[in-house]
Design a binder for this molecule. Structure first.
Ligand code: GLU
Length: 313
């Protein structure tokens, strides 16, 4: 990558952040998990990391927030490591749905009643049941350990307030999980599986943590700082493909056209994305658009991608 591009980014980013931040007022902070509604609506922060360890951050990059759906990318990878491709794709499909992330419509309508992909809630709950471990706490400890390793941050932990808030109000996810159990998709006890899922959604991060995790994906599974292969290339390829086709909920097509990078968003307003072979990027902007994506975050990514011609397509 050119140093010139990185230098330009460093100069332009603060102003771009302030321009995109204004769009925050057009959206809403998620409130269906009550604890998430406390997030600052006007916040926008970003951290960009390259393979040589250089970084740029701008805006509210010290804000911590829960990973929510962003965690689904990495639990998918862990489930692939634990079970292999064949077993994983006997429980979840490979197709976008066009439905909301928390829809259970197709679980009834389309046989054999397996979730369409691992990034919608139903798919991620099925993936949680595939994580190896004796019981839910054991599985969750393995997930947390894996995330810490990818982020290079041993202090990553749960936000227990968000975890409890989600667990207490997750009627829709609960009904979906019981339906999946009935369809023969879920292994193990439903409440245990849900506990693994709620915990990984509640892992607290900063933009810098997301950028480190993204950098591993952008480098085909290698930690560029140590040269160590942390994830097999094939699994990174699978994860990046799902991020491109389903990562931005049912706005993934629009995002592919406007930004053109693999990305995953979460209802906390976080987005993990990357410029493959160049940068890992983490950002947060808690104000969401109607599709559930950070409104200012998507705007900022669009500005950067179009300016530097980052689209993969
Ligand atoms: N924990 C959230 C839920 O299950 C994740 C949703 C999201 O970020 O899209 O509803």
């Amino acid at each position: 990558m050119t140093s010139e591009e990185f230098d330009q980014l460093r100069i332009k980013l603060p102003q771009w952040v302030e321009e995109s931040r204004r769009h925050g007022t057009e959206g809403k902070v998620a409130s269906y998990i009550p604890e998430l509604s406390k997030a600052p609506i006007e916040a926008l922060g970003i951290h960009i990391l390259d393979g040589q360890g250089r970084s740029i951050s701008a805006g509210d990059c010290s804000l911590s927030f829960t990973m929510q759906s962003i965690s689904k990318v990495f639990t998918l990878i862990l489930a692939l490591l634990d079970n292999g491709e064949e077993a994983v794709f006997s429980k979840v499909g490979m197709e976008p749905t066009g439905d909301n992330f928390n829809s259970m419509l197709k679980l009834e309508l389309v046989q054999p009643g397996i979730p369409f992909n691992p990034l919608i809630n139903a798919g991620a709950i099925a993936i949680s049941s595939l994580i190896a471990g004796e019981h839910s706490l054991d599985k969750s400890a393995r997930v947390l350990h894996f995330f810490r390793m990818l982020a290079g941050n041993d202090t990553l932990d749960y936000d227990y307030d968000v975890y409890r808030s989600e667990s207490e109000t997750a009627n829709l996810n609960r009904s979906m999980a019981y339906l999946l159990k009935d369809n023969g998709v879920l292994e193990g006890e439903v409440e245990e599986v849900l506990d693994v899922y709620f915990r990984h959604c509640s892992i607290n991060v900063t933009c810098a943590d997301l950028a480190s995790m993204a950098l591993v994906l952008s480098s085909d599974g290698v930690n560029p700082r140590t040269g160590k292969q942390l994830i097999p290339r094939r699994y990174v390829q699978i994860a990046k493909t799902f991020m491109t086709t389903c990562g931005m909920y049912n706005a993934s097509g629009e995002f592919a056209i406007q930004v053109g990078l693999p990305a995953k968003s979460g209802v906390s307003g976080g987005i993990l994305t990357m410029v493959p072979g160049k940068y890992g990027i983490g950002l947060v902007g808690p104000s969401l658009n109607r599709k559930g994506n950070s409104i200012a975050g998507v705007d900022l990514l669009q500005t950067m991608s179009q300016h530097f011609d980052w689209s993969l397509f």
